[in-house]
Structures are given as C-alpha cells and as structure tokens.
Ligand binder design. Structure first.
Ligand code: HEM
Ligand SMILES: *[C@@H]1O[C@H](CO)[C@@H](O)[C@H](O)[C@H]1NC(C)=O
Ligand SMILES: *[C@@H]1O[C@H](CO)[C@@H](O)[C@H](O)[C@H]1NC(C)=O
Ligand SMILES: *[C@@H]1O[C@H](CO)[C@@H](O)[C@H](O)[C@H]1NC(C)=O
Ligand SMILES: *[C@@H]1O[C@H](CO)[C@@H](O)[C@H](O)[C@H]1NC(C)=O
Length: 608
C-alpha cells in the first residue's frame, strides 16, 4: 500500500483504528532518543549513542547508570558555584584548577547543543535543506507534529489560552521588581545590543527566519549584515568607519550622509537619524550608546594598528580591526557579562586553548528557542534616570538626542547606577513592551514549540511535576492550571518568565540550563577561537592579541570617552560607593600605552 492510499484508508477509518495518527505526539522517546512514526500507529525510538536502550530509550547502560548516580543536579552545582567564596578564591588562584574547571564548564555546556545543527521550524526530521538553508534559525527540539490531539502533543487542553489574557494575568508588571543580583541597565542594553547581531528575525518571511546569516558573533550590528551596507558605513581611509564630531566627540554619521536604511519614525529630525550597522538601533538611546562606543573602539584600534603597520592598506586595517573587536566582544561577554549573570564565585576565563584537545566543532547555528528565551524585557525599568532627568518610554524611545545631549560618559554613569528588573518570578514585563511579550508567545505557537517540560528534559532537567513545582507559589500556579490544564502543556516562554527564580537570582533553573549551552557554544564556536586563527598574527601581532586578552567593559569605556571615565558596571555597585562614581582613568586597567582617546577625538575633528 503506498502512502496516499494508507492516508486515505486512515481518513476513512480514522475513528476506528487510526485515531491520534502520529504516535510521536506523546514524545515517547526519552533521553534525546529520536522518534519516527511508522505505518499503522506505531513508532520507533532511535536510541543510538544516547547511553540508553529499550523501546523508549529509558533503560540506562551500565556506564550511564554510574554517571547518573554520581552526577549532582543542576541546582546543586549552581549552589556550589554561587557559595563558598573562600574556597573559590583559592581555586581561582591555582591556574591548572581554574583551567580544568573552565574546560569542564565549556565542554559540558556545549555538548548539549547539536553541532552540526539538525531541525528547523519546517522540518522535524534531518535533511539537507534544513541543514544548509541559513535563512532559518535551527531548532533544538523539532516542532510538534501537525496532526496531534493538542497543541503541545497530547497533554493539556485542545486550545491554548489567549496570548493577551495570559500575558495580562501572568507577565504584566504590577509593581517594579528589582533584580536581586543587582543587574544594571548598562547590562540590559549590552544584552540587547550584543544579541541583536544574531537575533534578527526576518518578519517578512516569518519568525522561523533570520536575516543574520552569520549565526553568531560577527559584529554585523557594527558593520552591517551585507557588503553593500558595510561599504556605505566605511570611510575607506585607514580602515575606519564614517563618523561625525559633535561637541568634540565622535558619533555615528547621519542617514542622510551615508545613505543606509535605518528604521526611524517620521517625527525624528534628520540630524538625529544616526546610521549604524543594525537598522533598528535608533530604537533606544541605550542601543545607540553602545553603537557609538563600538564605533569609537573600531576607529581607535585602527589607529593602534596603523602605528605598528604603517604600510597596511585600508582594507587590511579594517578587516584586522574587525577580528580584534570580535575577540574583545567575546572576552567581555564571558568575563564580565556571563560572569555577572552567573553569580558564580568561580572566575570564568576566556581562553580558546582550553578546547584545543577536546572534541569541539568551530561552527554555530542560532536556535529559535535561544531567541525566544532571550526576550528579557522584564529587565526594563518603569522609566530611565539620566543625570538629573527622568525619561518615560515615550520620551526615551527613538530619541537619539538623549545620546548627544548627555554624552556617552554620563549615559554610562547613569545606566551603571540604575537597577534592572528581575526576569523570572512572573509579572515584571513593563506595560510599554507588553506587546513584544505577547508576540513572542504567538510566534512560539506559529513555530509549534514543544512544552516547557519537553525542553527541560531535552536539557537534562527533571520535568516539573505540578504547577506549584514550577512557580513555587500558589496564585500564579492556579491561573496556569486553569489556562493549561496540565503542567506538561505549559509553553516555553510563559514558563520561563513565571518560573520560580533561584534564591536571590534573576532567573530560574530552566533559563540558565538552556541559555548557558547556547551562549557558550555561540561564543567559543566562533572561528577566531579555532587553533589556526587563535594566534597573534591573525590580529596584527602581539599588540592586537593583547587588546583582546586584556579587554573589559571598563576599559572599553575608558578608552573611548573624553576626560575622566565613569564607572562602567553590569551591576549596581553598593549604595555606599555611589557618592564617588567618577574613577580616575589612570587607576582603571586602561593601559597608558594605548592611544589617549581624548587625543584621537581631537585629531579626528581636523580630519573631517
Ligand atoms: C525599551 C527597551 C526595549 C524595547 C522598546 C524593545 C522592543 C522590541 C520590539 C518592538 C521587538 C520586536 C518584536 C516583534 O516584532 O516580534 C523586540 C524584539 C526583541 N527584543 Fe526587545 N525591546 C527592548 C529591550 C530589550 C532588551 C533589554 C532585551 C534584552 C536582551 C531585548 C531582547 C529582544 C529580543 C531577543 C528580541 C527578538 C529580536 C528578533 O527576533 O529579531 N529587548 N524588542
Ligand atoms: C513507552 O512509552 C509508551 C508511550 O508513552 C508507553 O505506553 C509504553 O508503556 C512505554 N514502553 C515501555 C517499555 O516503557
Ligand atoms: C530557504 O528556505 C526558504 C523557505 O523555504 C526559501 O524561501 C529560501 O529561498 C531558502 N533559501 C535558500 C538560500 O535556499
Ligand atoms: C528627547 O530627548 C530630548 C533631550 O533630552 C528631550 O528634550 C525631548 O523632550 C525628548 N523628545 C521627546 C519626543 O520626548
Ligand atoms: C588621577 O590619578 C593621578 C595619579 O594618582 C593624579 O595625579 C590625578 O590628579 C588624578 N586625576 C583625577 C581627575 O582625579
């Protein structure tokens, strides 16, 4: 019987024998086994190399059983890493121990990610199209098959709750809940700026598609995501990017000057229409602040390289500087950004050599689920305090004049002082960006995401056994129960935002255990981290290599603002310290051999 006749046969007899036609709807295969639906309502689980066997891949092999009994739970590991400061201070100072632990962190996390990538939102089986079409985000779990009894497979109700009502009842902020880890707006805008280079959905095609075909840290948000745009942004002199000088400081050029497309609403005056790599970075001054800082850093590093290589042409200076900035970004993300986010007392280290004797693929594909989980809009405050002023969303959004009015230094100082919102724990999305949260629920449904619990299993966590187990309280648990019917039907994104946070933490367990693998794989899978690239000559010699290996958020700011540099911090320092926020730039770890930013900025004025 060929497939069509079988389907017809099923259609005719569907109430008798073929009901629930796809047996994979119930996700019978455990431990990352692969489910294939067979004819006549049966399925097969492929348990190859899962360490398990049996019809549902549930019986552990001997070695697996041993590992399982020895392996501590993610929450235990988290507790160890975030406590015992004295112990970790010793570990951090013994380099072979620090290296061994960092190597373990990197390998254990990246082994959670399929590499090369497998599924996408249109293909729930492996095939060449899904592998090779870079316009798709990949998927860590295949979409729920189309012909399942419920939207989440077999669990829960036939219909999902209305996204708007769900968002109002569970996600909308009542009163600002500050992040107990002390995360600052400086962090929040870094997160938004950094991640928009690889989360760049192509909404014309749909949420399953991306415009960022580099699938990683390629700095397309600085340089443009295609060659034409890059060329419009380049000065074609000394490797530099086009810029303008306002009030003696360097800012991005205007749209009118360079002719690249940017998304600005009609009311924005021409002089405020700055042009940068990413089309949407006019959205908030926090993004434009970082865009300006990285623009200055690019042009600064060009000067440093030209000093050592006076014979290099524009192209080589540009290209090499770009690689250095990619390296700086990864260094800052691991050692400042992830370090802060993790809350670990263990000191993380960016050192590609740690992976040189490991099985590790230098490639990366951004997953849809990674994009979804990174919708950290609860970080946003109710209003933005800059110097003596307080900006509402209406005054802040699409208002680049905030950047030039206050200047980068004051913005950094203010954003480093203002605390961001807590992400997990529910009810902390500001009303002004609620529509984004609703969209992300709707898009997850379009892409047929599996449930929160399915993702917990995929990333080696125990599925939640009840709604109260998920939220750690009763009120939101009751709302969830009414909406979803069964805890196995709770969707990924709402689940992440209502999950009980870890003690005094910004996130719950699922956000960290899913986010960390994607993040570390994306950072270390970058080609510059591979053995053939990771050497001084790639970066113009030891000077360029040193710029990467000594990069920090503080230094990035100090090297690129005029005058004394402000504290730049991903967390709000102790209230006690805030009296003297201006630090002396010579006491920061900014090396005095670096070209003085004030001097460069002065020089540039004459150059234009
Ligand atoms: C006032 C600040 C912010 C505003 C007004 C804003 C607004 C938006 C809007 C309008 C979208 C597009 C939604 C859609 O069409 O589906 C979006 C997407 C997104 N936002 Fe925000 N957002 C803000 C802050 C942040 C922050 C701090 C983060 C932190 C990581 C963030 C992460 C994201 C991500 C990952 C996406 C998806 C991007 C994509 O798929 O292309 N946003 N935001
Ligand atoms: C495998 O899973 C199916 C569906 O979840 C279940 O009915 C069956 O009893 C399981 N078989 C074994 C051997 O565990
Ligand atoms: C990728 O897939 C989409 C949707 O099928 C299609 O429109 C697009 O042309 C494909 N891209 C390439 C490069 O084949
Ligand atoms: C934009 O910011 C400027 C400078 O702080 C402020 O004077 C102005 O009122 C803001 N624009 C809007 C539309 O609120
Ligand atoms: C910075 O520190 C140096 C040396 O400690 C000192 O001479 C200088 O006056 C300080 N500058 C400022 C602005 O505090």
């Amino acid at each position: 019987m060929n497939r069509n006749t079988a389907a017809l046969f099923c259609l005719a007899l569907r109430f008798l024998i073929c009901e629930g036609a796809n047996p994979c709807c119930s996700e019978p295969c455990q431990n990352r086994g692969v489910c294939t639906a067979m004819a006549s309502d049966t399925y097969e689980c492929d348990c190859t190399r899962t360490g398990f066997y049996g019809p549902n891949c549930t019986t552990p092999e001997f070695l697996t059983r041993l590992k399982l009994t020895l392996k501590p739970s993610p929450n235990t590991v988290h507790h160890l890493l975030t406590h015992f400061k004295g112990f970790w201070n010793i570990v951090n100072s013994i380099s072979f121990l620090r290296d061994a632990i960092m190597r373990y962190v990197l390998t254990s996390r990246s082994h959670m990610i399929d590499s090369p990538p497998t599924y996408n939102s249109d293909y729930d089986y492996k095939n060449w199209e899904a592998y090779s079409n870079l316009s798709y985000y990949t998927r860590s779990l295949p979409p729920v098959p189309k012909e399942c009894p419920t939207p989440m497979g077999v669990a829960g109700k036939k219909e999902l709750p209305d996204a708007k009502i769900l968002a109002e009842k569970l996600l909308l902020r009542r009163e600002f809940i500050p992040d107990p880890q002390g995360t600052s707006l400086m962090f929040a805008f870094f997160a938004q700026h950094f991640t928009h280079q690889f989360f760049k959905s192509d909404m014309k095609k749909g949420p399953a598609f991306t415009l960022a075909k580099g699938h990683g840290v390629d700095l397309n948000h600085v340089y443009g995501d295609n060659l034409e745009r890059q060329h419009k942004l380049r000065l074609f002199k000394d490797g530099k990017l086009k810029h303008q000088i306002l009030d003696g400081e360097m800012y991005p050029p205007t749209v009118k000057e360079v002719g690249v497309e940017m998304h600005y609403p009609p009311f924005v005056p021409e002089s405020d229409r700055f042009a940068v790599g990413h089309e949407a970075f006019g959205l908030v001054p926090g993004l434009m602040m970082y865009a300006t800082i990285w623009l200055r850093e690019h042009n600064r590093v060009c000067d440093v390289l030209k000093e050592i290589h006076p014979n290099w042409d524009d192209e080589r200076l540009f290209q090499t500087t770009r690689l250095i900035l990619i390296g700086e970004t990864i260094k800052i993300v691991i050692e400042d950004y992830v370090q802060h986010l993790s809350g670990y007392n263990f000191k993380l280290k960016f050192d590609p050599e740690l992976l040189f004797n490991q099985r590790f693929q230098y490639q990366n594909r951004i997953a849809s689920e990674f994009n979804t989980l990174y919708h950290w809009h609860p970080l946003m405050p109710d209003s933005f305090h800059i110097e003596e002023e307080d900006y509402s969303y209406k005054q802040f959004v699409f208002n680049n004049s905030v950047v030039t009015k206050h200047g980068i230094s004051n913005l950094v100082e203010s954003f480093s002082k203002q605390i961001a919102g807590r992400v997990a724990g529910g009810r902390n999305v500001p009303g002004a960006v609620m529509h984004v949260a609703i969209k992300s629920v709707e898009n997850s449904r379009k892409m047929r995401y599996q449930s929160l619990n399915a993702y917990r299993k995929r990333f080696s966590m125990k599925p939640y056994s009840s709604f109260e187990d998920l939220t750690g309280e009763k009120e939101m648990a009751a709302v969830l129960e009414e909406m979803y019917g069964h805890v196995d039907a709770v969707e990924l994104y709402p689940g992440l935002l209502v999950e009980k946070p870890r003690t005094d933490a910004i996130f719950g367990e699922t956000m960290v255990e899913m986010g960390a693998p994607y993040s570390l794989k994306g950072l270390m899978g970058n080609p510059i981290c591979s053995p053939e690239y990771w050497k001084p000559s790639t970066f113009g010699g030891s000077v360029g290599f040193d710029i990467i290996n000594t990069a920090s958020l503080q230094k990035l700011v100090c090297n690129n603002v005029r005058g004394p540099c402000p504290v730049a911090s991903f967390y709000v320092p102790d209230i006690k310290d805030t009296g003297s926020m201006i630090i002396n730039s010579s006491t920061s770890n900014s090396r005095s051999s670096d070209v003085n930013p004030t001097l460069i900025l002065k020089k540039r004025t004459t150059e234009l």
